[in-house]
Design a protein around this ligand. Structure first.
Ligand SMILES: [Fe+2]
Ligand SMILES: [Fe+2]
Length: 173
């Protein structure tokens, strides 16, 4: 199934533009998310949730560094482009924060929902990128961004766990 077109012996070379495009999109998304995570951490009431957002901020900085390495692996500069999907997700996160500002018991659940939508977007993007890198034989990129993919999945799971714990606390209160 490996298809060789152009780019010397690189298999599936027809995926090159798509790979680069997806990398630019997620680079923009990660940069936009840094600001978003600051706001989410500020808005969160539950200390565990606040800490999760703060830790994911640090992970996100590292995701940007990994993307820079992936770009240089392809001999490209690491310029991203504005991600309209992330912009929309973060706008919704802000709307929902304002909407539930006065109901602290709902606010954290709303922040978790907004953050999980972001994580799912990232999981979809990195999932595609890792698949393209694998199909093209870009082993380093596959491994590097595969680590990021795992961290996005772990963050999503952690958010689910916090949501379950929070809901339990609400029940016993
Ligand atoms: Fe990320
Ligand atoms: Fe993330």
């Amino acid at each position: 199934m490996a298809n060789t077109k152009g780019n010397g012996n690189m298999p599936n070379a027809h995926l090159h533009e798509l790979l680069v495009d997806e990398m630019k999109d997620i680079m923009g998304a990660e940069r936009q998310l840094l600001k978003g995570l600051k706001k989410l951490a500020n808005a969160a009431k539950n200390p565990t949730l606040k800490k999760a957002f703060e830790e994911h901020y640090e992970q996100t900085e590292n995701h940007i560094e990994r993307l820079k390495s992936a770009f240089s692996n392809l001999g490209l500069n690491g310029r991203g482009k504005k991600c309209k999907a992330m912009e929309g997700l973060l706008n919704e996160a802000e709307e929902i924060t304002e909407e539930f500002e006065d109901s602290p018991e709902v606010l954290d659940a709303a922040l978790i929902a907004a953050a999980q939508k972001v994580e799912h977007y990232e999981i979809a993007s990195y999932g595609c990128i890792v698949t393209y890198a694998k199909l093209m034989g870009h082993t380093e990129i596959k491994e590097l961004l595969g680590q990021t993919l795992s961290e996005e999945k772990e963050t999503d799971e952690l958010l689910t766990q916090i949501a379950m714990e929070e809901a339990n606390m609400g029940e016993t209160a």
